[in-house]
Design a protein around this ligand. Structure first.
Ligand SMILES: [Zn+2]
Length: 361
């Protein structure tokens, strides 16, 4: 077993706090109003290292989707280990945001305690939570969010196949993943107001990057893309200087800038990256989703749909819910040692490239 992957939020948090201290970082804990399953405190822990006046800031966040937190948390721990024996280059500081959605990490849910998808909740100025965009989702609701056991147990593939006869795959995929604000118990629900995570992040972000001229934010996720592969997904426009820097810093890496060039796998309304991009006070900003593939999108959807059904309608200690939760955990963090080792190394190398190259931006 890889020593940096922790099964529970409680242990991951303990190790994160210890490692920050050992790396001479400063921690600020933003305490969540609810407790975890072991009655443990839930918190978004903010570790800051390097010269607080440094003009180049690298922000690494994990667990915006709680059930995806294991990899991001492991990567943050590995970076802290690295910082114990390696000095940061001059004029560079690092902010590590551990468990943006600590409730979801602790309870193994992708969403928060109100079923809100954190990466669909960060609206930017001019956008409203009351929207009836994404009309196709309404037609998919019955399939995605079954209201009883018999619907849940009807063949997933058969139902998916029937839908795909009616609508093209790309359209269906987009309608599902881009988020929705009309079905509070459904998948990819963006909420009707800023949730706890969004409120913390939007309140403190200006202080985390205060005085910086360059801000590179990488937000760690799993569950999209090819198994074991890592990619930087960018859904905002980039200035020329930043585009050039990215190409240099990440030459040969899988880099996907979707803005205006190609169609993204999905354009999530309320993504954290779009919020950071439009609210950053730095002259140059990039906010990318560092996304690591696990299983096929159909398998992921099936797993999410089942887990959401039991979370909405099942008893928390029922066998069916527990089994659905286990499958969800495996879907977002495969137990394969090879997967874990590969993506961890890749995640760390993405951050080290940023650290080593940020002065050239
Ligand atoms: Zn995610």
């Amino acid at each position: 077993m890889n020593p940096t992957y922790f099964q529970t939020y409680r242990i991951a948090r303990e190790r994160f706090l210890e490692a920050t201290e050992q790396a001479h970082g400063k921690v600020n804990s933003l305490i969540h109003p609810q407790k975890g399953p072991e009655q443990e405190e839930l918190s978004l822990d903010v570790a800051q290292t390097g010269d607080p006046q440094a003009k180049r800031v690298i922000v690494i966040s994990s667990g915006l989707h709680g059930a995806e937190a294991q990899l991001g948390s492991a990567v943050q721990l590995a970076i802290l280990e690295y910082l114990k024996s390696n000095e940061l280059p001059t004029d560079v500081r690092i902010v590590l945001l551990h468990a943006l959605n600590p409730w979801g990490f602790a309870y193994v849910r992708r969403v928060d305690e109100q079923n809100v998808d954190g990466n669909r909740n960060f609206l930017i100025q001019g956008e409203s939570y009351q929207t009836d965009e994404n009309e196709l989702y309404g037609q998919l609701d019955q399939f995605l969010n079954p209201a009883d056991q018999s619907q849940l147990q009807r063949s997933f593939l058969l139902q998916a196949g029937q839908l795909l006869l009616k609508h093209p795959y790309q359209k269906v995929f987009k309608a599902i993943a881009s988020g929705q604000n009309r079905f509070p118990h459904g998948l990819f629900y963006g909420g009707d107001a800023p949730n706890w995570t969004t409120r913390q992040f939007t309140e403190y972000f200006p202080a985390w990057i205060a005085g910086a001229t360059h801000c590179c934010h990488l937000d760690f996720h799993t569950g999209l893309g090819k198994y074991g592969r890592g990619e930087l997904l960018i859904d905002t426009p980039l200035d020329e200087q930043t585009q050039r820097w990215l190409k240099e810093a990440y030459s040969g890496e899988s880099l996907h800038s979707f803005h205006k060039q190609n169609e993204p796998p999905y354009q999530a309304r309320g993504s954290i990256s779009r919020w950071v991009h439009s609210n950053s006070t730095a002259s140059h900003t990039i906010s990318a989703c560092a996304e690591f593939g696990t299983y096929s999108s159909l398998k992921m959807l099936k797993t999410l749909r089942q887990e959401n059904y039991y979370a909405q309608f099942g008893a928390p200690d029922s066998k069916a819910f527990q089994s659905a939760r286990k499958k969800l955990q495996e879907a977002f963090c495969p137990s394969s040692n090879r997967w874990r080792q590969n993506v961890l190394e890749r995640g760390v190398s993405l951050i080290r490239s940023a650290i080593e190259n940020v002065h050239r931006w």
